[in-house]
Ligand binder design. Sequence first.
Ligand code: NAI
Ligand code: 15L
Length: 273
Amino acid sequence: PAPRTVLLTGAAGGLGTLMRSLLPEYGYTLRLFDVRPIEDAPEAITADLTDKEALREAVRGVDAVLHLAGISLEAPFEKILRSNIEGTYNLYEAARLEGVPRIVFASSNHAVGFTPAPRAGTPLDPSALIPIDTPHRPDTFYGLSKCFGEDLAQLYWDKHGLETVSVRIGSCFPEPTGVRMLSVWMSPADGARLFHAALTAEEVGHTVVHGSSANTRLWWDLTSARALGYEPQDDSEPYAEKLIAEQGELDPENPAHSHLGGHFVSDPPIWPY
Ligand code: NAI
Ligand code: 15L
């Protein structure tokens, strides 16, 4: 049966806020979880991913979890360790112990951020698109935590039969704000379509998918996402002319332009390690 009650972790965040408004249209009842209180949702569970008891209670009785909570940018390793690595482990353990059958995990392009971007051009040759089985090449400790999450998901499928769809999200914001983003943008409406497909597709085991709209300048292959039943409706191209006029074309000599992860590959490290 299709999942109805879904625990949404990270519900106070940018993507969580978008999904709180978009996912109920698909018939879901959302249970909300975040370390930050949510002003307009006093019923939300305010707890940290390090709180194992709170997680056990939060997942009890849900049909699935959409796991968005975590640090969403580069940060000192200790912080990433606590929220993204231990926090995601705590969530999987809670789900296993409570018999939750499926998690949709917000992975990121930064798990493979050092992958060279296909050369610029519109549209790209389909054979140049980054395949979904491209090796992990994290561009930050943040990206490394997403590699961990994907491997944890594989372990919990192989060992415990807990299913996951890991979505390597590109950039999910109301509008693309940079030239690189034209290639990896996922409109919020397509985000909801993809999460809905990931929550409802049958027999996913552990499936990894790229998360973006059907952009004219797309850098990666959407085959595994489409196989879940995802049919993207949006394209960043209407934003291209203005963004390129303001920011210029991508420079292949600039590492922040020539890799999937953008500036995450070249930003100075955040100390202390
Ligand atoms: P965000 O930073 O706006 O939201 C993350 C939320 O997680 C925040 O509300 C924060 O309070 C909560 N959180 C952080 N640590 C926590 C902890 N220890 N316990 C409980 N809650 C905690 O990030 P955004 O943009 O909404 O992203 C959501 C998820 O999607 C993140 O996992 C991010 O890594 C992933 N993602 C997002 C992309 C995007 O384009 N927005 C791209 C790729 C991945
Ligand atoms: C991410 O993983 C971040 O969470 C988000 O804030 C954006 O930076 C996005 O990737 C991106 O690559 O644009």
